[in-house]
Design a binder for this molecule. Structure first.
Ligand SMILES: Nc1ncnc2c1ncn2[C@@H]1O[C@H](COP(=O)(O)OP(=O)(O)OP(=O)(O)O)[C@@H](O)[C@H]1O
Length: 245
């Protein structure tokens, strides 16, 4: 059994103020892989991620994994905003989980992770002193410090310029190798660059569309022919099936 679990969604329902967003949702996110979730705005992607993270209650249906440990203890959740604490340094931000759990801080490991994301020079700086891309890398470092087998990422690179975004995609693919990643994006190119398993959440009633797998290891090179073709296929499929209308 993989240490990075597969996650199963069974007959899941989401309501806000007694209005259904989705119901009878069934899918799975493969263990140890990059699972990409695309979808129409407002279809419920962020809410689904929060339900998996245990941040939203489940009223109907189930979220389970093929691991005996409770899913909630295996998850690190990286929100759309970097959520860095403005009053403390980048190093302290990376180790914030230890502080909140009243555990010993692992400074050497945190510094090593900051080096891995190219931020060793920024350890003693405050978030306001960093660029958007650096802040995102700091948030990624904090996620890596938690060292959980499941990583949930909600549009982690949406606010970045295209070059920084491309670099972040590479860091993320390398550093999260072997973990179960669920990453939400609106960008078909990002989906094809990083996706080992791509799904689209869309329609009325809301359903899951599986996208055929793309060959090659991730991160796929921006110039790779199969990446260009996969992106064109995905766009075509979304338009043909009217999925993202
Ligand atoms: N706290 C809330 N109270 C009431 N309705 C909410 C709440 N949070 C989300 N919703 C509604 O639930 C639906 C799903 O929201 P969610 O943020 O999960 O969608 P999404 O697919 O992630 O959207 P986007 O791609 O625009 O971020 C939307 O119609 C939204 O307005």
């Amino acid at each position: 059994m993989s240490t990075a679990p597969t996650i199963y969604i069974s007959n899941l329902r989401l309501d806000y103020k007694n209005k259904p967003v989705f119901s009878e949702l069934n899918t799975s996110f493969t263990g140890g892989m990059f699972n990409i979730l695309l979808g129409t705005s407002g279809v419920g992607k962020s809410s689904l991620l929060k339900m998996i993270a245990g941040l939203l209650p489940i009223t109907q249906g189930e979220i389970t994994s093929d691991h005996s440990e409770a899913l909630s203890s295996q998850i690190s959740y990286m929100a759309q905003q970097d959520l860095l604490m403005p009053w403390t340094t980048i190093l302290q931000n990376v180790m914030i989980g230890s502080k909140l759990r009243k555990e010993k801080k692992e400074k050497t490991r945190a510094l090593h992770i900051l080096k891995q994301v190219g931020l060793d020079g920024a350890a003693n700086q405050f978030p306001f002193q960093l660029s958007g891309g650096m802040r995102q890398r700091a948030a990624l470092a904090r996620t890596l410090y938690e060292n959980r087998p499941v990583i949930l990422m909600d549009e982690p690179f949406s606010a970045l310029d295209s070059v920084t975004r491309s670099k972040m995609q590479e860091y993320t693919a390398d550093l999260l190798k072997g973990k179960t990643v669920i990453l939400i994006t609106h960008d078909p190119f990002e989906a094809c660059r990083l996706g080992e398993n791509i799904q689209v959440l869309a329609g009325n009633p809301v359903q899951i569309y599986d996208i055929p797998p793309i060959e090659g290891t991730i991160p796929r090179h921006p110039e790779a022919l199969n990446l260009q073709q996969a992106q064109a296929h995905l766009l075509n499929l979304l338009i043909e099936k009217n999925i993202l209308q």
